[in-house]
Design a protein around this ligand. Structure first.
Ligand SMILES: Cc1cc2nc3c(=O)[nH]c(=O)nc-3n(C[C@H](O)[C@H](O)[C@H](O)COP(=O)(O)O)c2cc1C
Ligand code: SF4
Length: 317
């Protein structure tokens, strides 16, 4: 039976920005380079394929101090805009691969992280990004601050829930005014983690929204977790992105139609086939190059330090 994909292609207006449909490319480190032609082309290809919002991969906020500038990021943003998608970028508190835990940071280092977020946000505004997303998910540093098992600090950044939320809330409070009234602030969070569950995460989400977060990107870190754990976060005042194995159009439509999410992120599905949104919209479901979840070309290449590709997409775009 043909699937009615209409819910996936309803526009959504957030803070005056129009997402042309409900399909988001979630942040994925692809190692093609943000300022190199191969990286610019890689991201533009996902915009050309029809996604509404392309979120650039996790990028350390300290890279914006000198390496990443408004000028050298503009081609990346323009490449995405050229094909009618919005461009956001995920910002991480520390360099990818560095093994820093909350207990390792002194006050000065925490202040540096906040400062780097301010610099990164300002640069992103000048580069023309439509939004930024602090990376608070998947057991990385900001997520560790939230976890009572991973955050053993004895100061105001550790201990009770209020303290464990403090760094995330500070970051969004500092960058919200930098983004101004017309740019999106997203936040990625993992809803269940070491020592915390949905209830604590909903408390965080409410506070993030109160500080001006526009879109809640709810990402279970385990690939076994259901893709639509986003449901408890709906109704908090910000649209919710669901992710994880939602590249099956039927599942994606069902999550929207059942009211469990406002937006659907398709990660590996867009590595496997950047044309996924266009093909689904046009009813060409049989032409979609399906992700077979082998994790060889994407995660495998990433683990080897090589640019991400897909075993199923021979063109390597
Ligand atoms: C190669 C690769 C790199 C990823 N890099 C990031 C990242 O930088 N930040 C992040 O929050 N998630 C990252 N993820 C997770 C994805 O954003 C997404 O949550 C995950 O792939 C599940 O969605 P899917 O089942 O549609 O692929 C990455 C995933 C892959 C496959
Ligand atoms: S390499 Fe495998 S898991 Fe990764 S996107 Fe391609 S088919 Fe999916």
């Amino acid at each position: 039976m043909a699937i009615d994909v209409t819910p996936l292609f309803q526009p959504l207006c957030v803070r005056g920005k129009t997402l042309r449909n409900r399909i988001v490319m979630p942040p994925m480190v692809v190692l093609h380079g943000l300022t190199r032609p191969s990286g610019i082309e890689w991201y533009a290809r996902r915009a050309r394929g029809g996604a509404a919002l392309v979120i650039i991969e996790s990028t350390a906020a300290n890279r914006f101090v000198s390496e990443l500038t408004a000028e050298n990021l503009k081609p990346l943003v323009e490449g995405i805009h050229h094909y009618g998608a919005l461009a956001a970028i995920q910002l991480s508190p520390i360099t990818r691969g560095s093994r820093v835990s909350p207990a390792d940071l002194d006050r000065q280092q925490i202040e540096s992280i906040v400062c780097h977020y301010r610099i990164a946000a300002q640069t992103c505004v000048e580069a023309g990004f439509d939004g930024v997303e602090p990376h608070g998910a998947h057991g990385y540093l900001l997520n560790q601050f939230f976890s009572p098992e991973q955050n053993r600090r004895a100061d105001e950044y550790g201990g009770d829930l209020e303290n464990r939320m403090r760094l995330a809330l500070r970051i969004v409070r500092e960058i919200r005014p930098i983004l101004g009234p017309h740019r999106l602030l997203l936040y990625r969070h993992t809803p269940v983690g070491p020592g915390y569950g949905i209830a604590e995460s909903v408390t965080l989400a409410k506070r993030l929204v109160a500080e001006g977060v526009d879109i809640l990107d709810i990402s279970p870190s385990s690939i076994e977790a259901p893709g639509d754990r986003a449901a408890p976060f709906r109704g908090l005042g910000a649209p919710v992105i669901a992710v994880n194995n939602l590249d099956d159009p039927g599942r994606a439509v069902e999550a929207l139609a059942a009211g469990r999410a406002d937006l659907i992120a398709v990660g590996r599905g867009l590595i496997a086939d950047p044309e996924w949104p266009n093909k689904v919209r046009e009813g060409r479901l049989g032409e979609v190059v399906a992700c077979i979840q082998c994790d060889q070309g994407c995660h495998g290449n990433l683990d080897r330090g090589e640019p991400v590709a897909c075993t199923q997409w021979p063109k390597g775009e």
